[in-house]
Design a protein around this ligand. Structure first.
Ligand SMILES: C[S@@+](CC[C@H](N)C(=O)[O-])C[C@H]1O[C@@H](n2cnc3c(N)ncnc32)[C@H](O)[C@@H]1O
Length: 353
């Protein structure tokens, strides 16, 4: 008895093959599994080899053969990932043609396995709330995938914020900057032009890679280190940085007091923080579209200031700069300039330890 699932993609087979192999590899790694590309490549679960690649034929497909379970070594089965062209696209099918045999052809058990291990997971993934969470993570909260990597490599719509922050901090060569949630490292690239040193974290491994590639020269010169890490537990010693930046990140943070306290901890006395976030005036606009918008935390100005004081900053105030002229300067299309007007909701928290 076969078990299969499929998706139709508007991609030619070669692109569908490359994309699916890349996405599957990343997704499997999260589950502790790895498939080595090429014929005879191992399929690993943790350290244990659980199968072998028996066909690797881009763009037609890949076949793997599972090893038998240790309690039933003779019952092997295989799995096929097929890429079949149709007008305008490619159907990608993942199929195990003999999974029923592994279950001994017990129809009710096969139904139970399929319902609990495959169908329920697919149904739950498609429920609006869960899909909204996936979409928010994929695009902004923990970006992944080719589109996000390209977008954060050159986030043109964030460049006005970068300029405003750089003007507020007026970085000098003696400064040591920390950026929390650096995304693709575009802000770091601009900041390092001042001659300062910097360190940064992001909890998306893909963003850490993009940011590291974008700033490879500064890393090679030991002027920059970028690590995977969480805003709630910065992997840096206390009191070492002169400046800190967080832009487009704070609204995703579940425990804002902890994040601000961590930033304060790693700053030296007198160290300055510039934090850009969006108020709920941006909710539902192209700057904060659904389903991301309803997953963001918005603050009143006084709430941001209170949080900074509670985290131990000696001074804190919020500004509402006029981003529009800078947006014009960096080449934001005319029809989107509206998003950057003073009233549009960008908040700049400036604080000092
Ligand atoms: C909308 S992107 C902004 C990226 C960059 N600062 C910019 O303006 O282009 C938000 C970034 O914050 C990161 N992030 C969100 N929550 C985080 C957390 N708790 N710890 C570390 N990074 C986080 C995400 O992975 C993502 O790269």
């Amino acid at each position: 008895m076969s078990v299969s699932t499929s998706v139709d993609l508007k991609l030619d087979p070669a692109s569908a093959f490359d994309t699916m192999v890349e996405e599957l590899t990343t997704a499997l790694l999260r589950l502790g599994m790895r498939i080595e590309a090429g014929v005879a490549g191992r399929v690993l679960q943790g350290e244990a080899e659980v199968g072998r690649v028996v066909r690797w034929q881009p763009p037609a497909g890949v076949s793997i053969e599972w090893h038998g379970a240790e309690w039933e070594p003779a019952k092997v089965s295989s799995m096929e990932l097929r890429f079949e062209p149709f007008a305008g696209g490619t159907r990608v099918t993942l199929e195990n043609p003999a999974w029923g045999n592994v279950l001994g052809d017990e129809a009710q058990e096969l139904a139970g396995w399929f319902a609990s291990e495959a169908a329920a997971a697919l149904l739950a993934a498609m429920a609006p709330g869960r899909f909204g969470d996936w979409f928010t993570d994929r695009k902004a909260r923990r970006p992944s995938g080719r589109q996000s990597r390209d977008a954060y490599r050159d986030p043109i719509y964030h460049r006005p914020n970068f300029k405003v922050i750089l003007a507020a901090l007026n970085l000098q060569p003696h400064d040591y900057l920390v950026e929390v949630g650096c995304g693709g490292g575009a802000f770091l690239h601009d900041a390092l032009k001042t001659g300062c040193r910097a360190a940064a974290i992001d909890h998306s491994s893909e963003m850490v890679k993009v940011a590291s590639q974008a700033n490879c020269e500064a890393i090679a010169q030991n002027r920059l280190e970028i690590r995977e890490g969480d805003a709630g537990l910065l992997p840096f010693a206390s009191g070492v940085f002169t400046c800190a930046v967080m832009t487009g990140v704070f609204a995703f943070i579940a425990n804002p007091l902890r994040a601000l306290s961590e930033i304060r901890r790693v700053l030296a006395t007198g160290g300055r923080l510039a934090l850009f976030t969006c108020s709920d005036a941006m909710r539902g606009t192209p700057a904060a579209p659904e389903p991301v918008a309803s997953r963001l935390h918005y603050y009143q100005e006084h709430e941001l200031e209170d949080l900074a004081h509670e985290a131990g900053f000696a001074e804190a105030h919020v500004e509402r700069p006029d981003f529009e002229p800078i947006a014009r300067e960096v080449g934001i299309p005319e029809e989107h300039l509206e998003l950057f007007k003073r009233s549009a909701g960008g908040q700049l928290l400036l604080a000092r330890k």
